[in-house]
Ligand binder design. Structure first.
Ligand code: G3P
Length: 246
C-alpha cells in the first residue's frame, strides 16, 4: 500500500517531502500546466519543471506522456527515461495508441501505468496489456452521475479474480469518505491532492486538543520553575514529579 501526492506544484511537493507516509508524487499534463502558470514559466520549461519535482521528492514520480500517438509517446517516454530513470514511472493515457505503446515501453525496461481509467473492463484490458499500474479516476465518475467507488471496487475484484500482477492506484479523489470506501474496496494505492492531506492533518478537533494540552501544561508546570529546572537537570520538566509536590 502506498500513498502519493497528486501535484506538480513545487511548493506543495516541498512541504510534503518529509511526510513519512508519502511514497512520491503523481502528476499529469493538466497539473504541470497549472503549476507552470502559477510560477509564470513557459511550456518550454516542462523538463526543467520535472527536474525540480524529482529534486524535491525522495520518492517515485509518475509522469504522463504529453502525446496521443504511439510514436510520439514512445519518443517522449525515451527522453523522460534517459533523464529520470531511477524513480520514474511512465503514465500512458488509456486509448488505442496508448495500449499499443505499452509492450514497447515494457520491452525497453520501463515501469508503466495506464491512466484515465473509467470502467472495470478498461482496467482489465490495461492489466492484460502488461502495465504495472492501472489508474482509475474515482471522482470524475461522479461528475457524470456514476459511482466512482463502485467502478473501482469492480476493477479490484476483476483484477484479483484474474490473479493480475497489475496494481490499482486510484486518482481523482476529492473526499475523505471516498478514501475510506476505496480502502475498504481493497485498492493497492491512492494518490491525493494536497488540499485533502491538509484537510485530514489539520482537523479542528486535533488543533483544539493540542491547544488544550499546551494550556494545561502551563498550569501544571509554572514557566519560571520549568526553565530553572530545565537548565539544571537538562531533562524535560513536565516529567519531573517534584513539580507536582511543590
Ligand atoms: O491524477 C488525476 C487527477 O489529477 C485528476 O483529478 O480531481 O481533476 O479529477 P481530478
Amino acid at each position: 500500500m502506498a500513498i502519493y501526492l497528486d501535484s506538480a506544484d513545487p511548493e506543495e511537493i516541498k512541504r510534503s517531502a518529509e511526510w513519512p507516509f508519502l511514497a512520491g508524487v503523481t502528476c499529469n499534463p493538466s497539473l504541470i500546466s497549472r503549476a507552470l502558470k502559477k510560477n509564470k514559466v513557459t511550456q518550454a520549461e516542462f523538463f526543467d519543471h520535472l527536474e525540480k519535482i524529482f529534486a524535491l521528492t525522495h520518492g517515485r514520480v509518475f509522469v504522463q506522456t504529453n502525446f496521443w500517438d504511439e510514436s510520439s509517446m514512445l519518443n517522449e517516454a525515451d527522453r523522460l527515461n534517459s533523464a529520470f530513470q531511477d524513480r520514474l514511472i511512465i503514465k500512458v493515457p488509456f486509448c488505442e495508441e496508448g495500449i499499443k505503446a505499452v509492450h514497447v515501453l515494457k520491452d525497453r525496461g520501463m515501469t508503466v501505468a495506464m491512466t484515465a481509467i473509467f470502467n472495470p473492463l478498461q482496467a482489465y484490458l490495461s492489466a492484460m496489456s502488461g502495465v504495472d499500474f492501472v489508474i482509475p479516476y474515482c471522482n470524475r465518475m461522479g461528475r457524470v452521475g456514476q459511482d466512482g467507488v463502485e467502478m473501482v471496487r469492480q476493477s479490484v475484484v476483476l483484477l484479483m479474480s484474474q490473479a493480475s500482477a497489475a496494481q490499482i492506484l486510484v486518482a481523482s479523489i476529492r473526499t475523505q469518505t471516498q478514501i475510506l470506501h476505496l480502502l475498504d474496496a481493497g485498492v493497492n494505492h491512492l494518490t491525493l491532492p494536497f488540499s485533502l492531506f491538509e484537510e485530514i492533518i489539520a482537523h479542528p478537533l486535533s488543533w483544539e486538543a493540542a491547544e488544550l494540552f499546551s494550556h494545561d501544561l502551563q498550569v501544571l508546570v509554572p514557566r519560571e520553575k520549568a526553565e530553572k529546572h530545565h537548565k539544571k537537570e537538562e531533562t524535560p520538566p513536565a516529567f519531573d514529579t517534584d513539580f507536582f509536590d511543590a
